[in-house]
Design a protein around this ligand. Structure first.
Ligand code: ATP
Length: 353
């Protein structure tokens, strides 16, 4: 289903929970609504579902305005984080529930339930009750139940939030695979950036009721359009005055703030760098083992930066003096943000985004 949302607004009392949100979603895409708690993600999802009224704006499914359609006529499936399965019904009965409401024939229901049990890997569990299932299995039943009436849009509100880390990981890949197979347009809410980056075709960053940015995970990571987005996606450090750093002074006004990501910071001994003039001198403060690499915190004057270091390189110790090359930074002031490369290293021109 193709979806278009125009000028969407929602107030709760005096509080503007959703403010002038506009977006379009192509058929078959998996979209992650990502943002801090209270930002308005669930409110957007509930308005799409018809579970919340719209104050202002249009919700258009397949070219048809659906603002006034009740939820059951919108062709959507809904999965919540807390399973919301019927406790007194078996797996098969839970999946069949929506089909019985829609008065499908007994034979068609039987076939559809078998198809979904197979699709969601629940064969052999048909006669179990929810309390006899693991969290991951229960969530699969919830998916199967939402998918049973052949919805055109699947809405998922933090579907993995209540599930432990390892299973959550498996469920994410499974969801991605299943949605690819079914080709169903899907929107899921999360505040876990790894989840959104790993699973979604496109991410929408929602903050204070506004859509800050929409794009593929890579586009958003590479070209954040606001300091909020830059600091929300990826690990990073904020520098209060980037003009004091080598390679950034001169082009940046004194007092310009910058956000620096670990992957754009390189540390080593003086002999490791060809362009020593582009590097700062720093001191290692902490070093953390992260399984596949070291995470190193390094102090340069008043600024503290974070970077990664390969396990194959010489191990650094807290207190070691190192050279630090900052390849690029996201600069920002109150109105604008842009990417700047270290000008002692390469292109001296700031790239505005
Ligand atoms: P979370 O990640 O914590 O679920 P969210 O981004 O989904 O947050 P929403 O649930 O959409 O955010 O809530 C947005 C804001 O609107 C919050 O400040 C919330 O308290 C408020 N809000 C939501 N529903 C109602 C309601 N029915 N009445 C009053 N305020 C509400």
């Amino acid at each position: 289903m193709h979806i278009e949302v125009r000028g969407l607004n929602k107030k709760f009392g005096d509080f503007q929970a959703v403010a002038d949100v506009n977006f379009e979603i192509e058929k078959g895409q998996l979209i992650g609504l990502l943002g801090p708690s209270g930002g308005g993600k669930t409110s957007i999802l509930r308005m799409l579902a018809g579970l919340e009224t719209v104050d202002d704006g249009d919700i258009v499914f397949h070219g048809k305005r659906v603002n006034d359609l009740p939820p059951q006529e919108r062709g959507i499936g809904f999965v919540f984080q807390n399973y919301a399965l019927f406790k007194h019904m078996t797996v098969a009965e839970n999946i069949a529930f929506g089909l019985e409401v829609k008065k499908w024939s007994k034979q068609k229901i039987k076939e559809r339930v078998a198809e979904l049990v197979d699709l969601t890997g629940l064969s052999g569990f048909e006669k179990r009750y929810p309390h006899q299932l693991s969290g991951g299995q229960r969530q699969r039943v919830a998916f199967a139940r939402a998918l049973a009436p052949e919805p055109q849009l699947l809405l998922l509100d933090e579907p993995f939030a209540a599930i432990d880390a390892k299973i959550r990981h498996e469920l994410r890949s499974w969801l991605r695979e299943m949605i690819d197979r079914l080709g169903i347009t899907s929107i899921f809410v999360t505040h876990d950036q790894d989840e959104a980056i790993e699973v979604a075709d496109q991410i929408m960053i929602i903050n204070k009721g506004r859509l800050e940015q929409k794009g593929t995970p890579w586009e958003i990571y590479k070209n954040p359009e606001s300091p909020f987005v830059a600091s929300f996606i990826g690990e990073s450090t904020i520098i209060e005055d980037v003009s004091a750093l080598r390679g950034f002074g001169g082009s940046a006004e004194p007092g310009t703030k910058a956000l620096i990501r670990p992957e754009y910071v390189e540390i080593g001994k003086a002999s490791d760098f060809e362009l020593l003039s582009a590097t700062e001198t720093g001191r290692v403060r902490h070093i953390h083992f992260r399984g596949s690499e070291w995470l190193v915190e390094v102090q340069i004057g008043a600024a503290k930066l974070v970077t990664y270091r390969s396990l194959e390189k010489e191990i650094l110790q807290p207190g070691d003096e190192v050279r630090v090359l900052i390849h690029r930074a996201y600069l920002f002031n109150d109105t604008d943000s842009w990417v700047m490369e270290n000008k002692l290293k390469e292109d001296p021109m700031p790239v505005h985004i």
